[in-house]
Design a protein around this ligand. Structure first.
Ligand code: IPM
Ligand code: MG
Length: 356
């Protein structure tokens, strides 16, 4: 009896293994206390997969992931694999698994914790209360467009969106907006790009089914500026793959550290839950990485993939509590820190709090 879930675990490279271990520690503490059971299946992706199997995305990982209820993922990449051909690089593994799993909707919340308003490089009054959801299209656009080629003296990529792709991601954004402040800003470059023109017209069409939601449009250059100027004007930001990649990194700094922000990649089947940051090879293995983005991704996994909302709430509360108490990893050490903690100490603290 009880609720049993199968979780695919992809630790990846760099700090990936350290941060995922802490998220699993927290999940184990929760499941022991809340009457559900998690069965983990470890899988290879990225550099770790290249070293082991010669390819960044082994067939076994694709098959294994599809049989899980959700996949928890750390980070991939590092200098060791930088000189490989593009299709053999760790990044190709990540893009490949997103495509294989049909995770076209990437949800990237940018939340500023009250406890960390001083940690942002922006003034506290600008960032206090920021709560943005970036909805990034993840399996289309210039990342995947064909044709693409690197020639001797010329190289090209293609930015393509079909109407169908825009409709499905726009629907996700509108559904999310309905549960929030009912405001969407769709970000494009419609003054220059045909693909953005189609994007804009299509989002307008989808909007007709959601009369309660206020829809505005913004060019991506202006959006980058507005995110820094007055971030509180945004509720949901809906955008394509590459614009979303760039804007979500920018938005992460509102919160003070990219080490805080989680993401959920959802869509046609099994979702992938991962921090938005990279594998940070420069600090890998030192035990100083911030595991909160991954622990927070585990919370999104519990909520969106498993429907274990109470457990997710416990993680979110525990993170806030640990920040309020002044427990900080190195990236946040300059801000109201009471105690500088290692990666695993933060994991211990959160695991302890979620059991109370
Ligand atoms: C991200 C990352 C990836 C992306 C890279 C590692 C391929 O930057 O998840 O934002 O560009 O999507
Ligand atoms: Mg990125």
């Amino acid at each position: 009896m009880g609720r049993n879930y199968k979780i695919g675990v992809i630790k990846g490279d760099g700090i990936g293994p350290e941060i995922v271990d802490e998220a699993v520690k927290v999940l184990d503490a929760l499941s022991a206390n809340m009457g559900f059971n998690l069965e983990y299946k470890e899988m290879l992706l990225g550099g770790a997969a290249i070293d082991e199997t010669g390819v960044p995305l082994p067939q076994e990982t694709i098959q294994g992931a599809k049989q899980c209820d959700a996949v928890l993922f750390g980070a991939i990449g590092g200098p060791k694999w930088d000189n490989l051909e593009r299709h053999l690089r760790p990044e190709s593994g990540l893009l490949g698994i997103r495509k294989e799993m049909g995770t076209f909707a990437n949800l990237r919340p940018a939340i500023v914790y009250d406890e960390l308003v001083n940690a942002s490089t922006l003034k506290p009054n600008v960032v206090k209360g920021v709560d943005i959801m970036v909805v990034r299209e993840l399996t289309g656009g210039i990342y995947f467009g064909q044709p693409r080629e690197l020639l001797e003296d010329r190289a090209y990529n293609t930015m393509i969106y079909t109407k169908e792709e825009v409709i499905r991601i726009a629907k996700v954004a509108f559904e999310i907006a309905m549960k929030r402040d009912k405001r969407i800003c769709s970000v494009d470059k419609a003054n220059v790009l045909e693909v953005s023109q189609l994007w804009r017209e299509t989002v307008e069409e989808v909007a007709k089914d959601y009369p309660e939601v206020e829809l505005t449009h913004m060019y991506v250059d202006n959006a980058a500026m507005q995110l820094i100027r007055e971030p509180k004007q945004f509720d949901v930001i809906l955008t394509g793959n590459i614009f979303g990649d760039i804007l979500s990194d920018a938005a992460s700094m509102l919160s003070g550290s990219i080490g805080l922000l989680p993401s959920a990649s959802t869509g046609l089947g099994v979702g992938i839950y991962e921090p938005i940051h990279g594998s940070a090879p420069d600090i890998a293995g030192q035990g100083i990485a911030n595991p909160l983005a991954t622990i927070s991704s585990a919370s999104m996994m519990l909520r969106y993939a498993l429907g274990e909302n109470e457990a997710a709430d416990k993680i979110d509360e525990a993170i806030k509590k640990s920040l309020a108490k002044g427990y900080r990893t190195g990236d946040l050490s300059a801000y109201d820190a009471v105690e500088i903690c290692s990666c695993s100490e933060i994991g211990d603290i959160i695991a302890n709090y979620v059991c109370r």
